[in-house]
Design a protein around this ligand. Structure first.
Ligand code: SF4
Length: 314
């Protein structure tokens, strides 16, 4: 049995009837699959500021250089300050989370591409005011919209960030030292390389030269940079480079046939004919026979539980 990871969520996504019309937008994948690993803590900002159910709908409107949350039918209804204030009020609640799933398109909860009306014309370049404020308060917190979780790459990226962010907090709570920070970095290094080789290299270099700085100050900047790198989705070509690098540790151990089988599986992954789980499973098999401590401890080989099947669609 594993500990469930606390993750915030828009209430309507878990089936609470809090939408303007008394409905909900329950998402089965979130509930049935992610719910086995995440403990969802739900919140509806529009209910929390007292709009009630049923309620008048609101939308984002650009007025001069400000974005306001205004009633669609009743322009006298204005809840901008209330939505921002409730996000600030929830700060101590948010700080226990390692991720947050929000409802797309909502003027309160949406993460991106929320419509902002300017002179009656909708532009899809806004964020819900509650979510935007929370993201400003917690820039490292993994946040994703339920709609985007339907995309295998974005889904894996979000879930992966949640697991890593939780591990970071465990390291900080246990005993953060230069040694544990180096160990954390070492175990995630290949993951960073799969997201952005240049930034990963620079972060590793800065860490190796940082020992004269105050640890807590460096650690804060470190995890911000780390989480920003992870936010960039991992490219297939970067995964191929990492897989080739890992294969190098087996150079002496494998015979000709095993080498060919491994090369073929990496090449077929590169060509999009096989999912990432295939070369990784083959590598795991070889490292069981020929153990290597660095590779065994690397989270790249086991980024999240196999049962989530996230590598099967990459
Ligand atoms: S999108 Fe947000 S504000 Fe709207 S019903 Fe869902 S939780 Fe409430």
């Amino acid at each position: 049995m594993h500990d469930l990871i606390p993750v915030g969520i828009s209430s309507c996504l878990i089936g609470e009837r809090v939408r303007f019309d008394g409905g909900h937008k329950q998402n089965r994948y979130i509930m049935d699959t992610l719910g086995k690993y995440f403990e969802f803590r739900a919140f509806c900002p529009e209910m929390a500021i007292g709009l009630g159910v049923p309620r008048q709908t609101i939308r984002l409107v650009k007025e001069d250089d400000r974005v306001e949350a205004v009633g669609v039918k009743n322009e006298a209804l204005r809840v901008t300050n209330e939505l921002i204030a409730i996000a600030h009020e929830q700060k101590s609640w948010h700080q226990d989370f390692f991720g947050y799933i929000v409802k797309k398109g909502s003027p309160s909860c949406g993460m991106e591409r929320v419509k902002i009306y300017s002179n009656g014309i909708p532009l899809q370049n806004g964020a819900g005011l509650y979510t935007q404020t929370m993201m400003e308060n917690f820039p490292n917190l993994p946040v994703e919209e339920e709609g985007r979780l339907g995309d295998p790459v974005l889904r894996e990226n979000f879930v992966h960030r949640v697991f890593i962010y939780r591990r970071w907090h465990e390291v900080c709570e246990a005993d953060l030292s230069w040694q544990t920070l180096m160990d954390f970095h070492g175990r995630h290094k290949l993951i960073l390389f799969s997201h952005d080789q240049t930034l990963a290299r620079q972060l590793g270099k800065d860490l190796s030269e940082a020992h004269q700085q105050p640890l807590s100050q460096f650690a804060e900047a470190y995890i911000s940079r780390f989480m920003a790198i992870l936010k960039k989705t991992a490219k297939r070509s970067n995964h191929v480079n990492v897989l080739e690098h890992i294969r190098g540790y087996l150079k002496q151990e494998l015979d000709k046939d095993d080498k060919k089988e491994l090369s073929d599986s990496i090449e077929n992954y590169r060509l999009g004919r096989l999912p990432l789980i295939v070369p990784i499973t083959l590598l795991r098999h070889h490292f069981r026979k020929y153990p290597n401590e660095y590779i065994e401890r690397s989270y790249y080989m086991q980024p999240h539980p196999d049962e989530l099947m996230l590598l099967n669609s990459l």
